[in-house]
Design a protein around this ligand. Structure first.
Ligand SMILES: [Zn+2]
Length: 105
């Protein structure tokens, strides 16, 4: 049951193309939904990649409501609704899931 909350989190980084192709986005920090057109700020660049055109074309959506990098679009295949966003919020921000570290496959 944990993996289904870990996987969608990966869709919150460098997700510009996916978010812009979505019809509805949600933020699991503030648990709000909004159309991708509302997103006006994109992050994800840092000193290691700010001059990398691929990184610049990527970008990570910043929530238009709270500024958090916790935006996921419905193009990810996940349901963008209050129930899903609340589950993600609890898992990632309230740390209600206890998980032992695993090596990446
Ligand atoms: Zn938000």
């Amino acid at each position: 049951m944990v993996d289904d909350l870990l996987a969608p989190h990966r869709h919150t980084a460098n997700n510009r193309a996916e978010v812009e192709a979505s019809t509805l986005c949600g933020c699991f920090y503030c648990v709000q939904t909004f159309p991708p057109q509302e997103i006006v700020a994109w992050g994800g660049l840092d000193a290691s990649n700010f001059d990398d055109p691929d990184a610049a074309a990527g970008g990570t959506a910043l929530c238009p409501r709270c500024g958090s990098e916790s935006v996921i679009g419905d193009k990810s295949g996940y349901p963008i609704n209050a129930q899903f966003l609340t589950r993600m919020h609890e898992a990632w921000f309230q740390r209600t899931i206890i998980r032992t570290p695993q090596k990446k496959k």
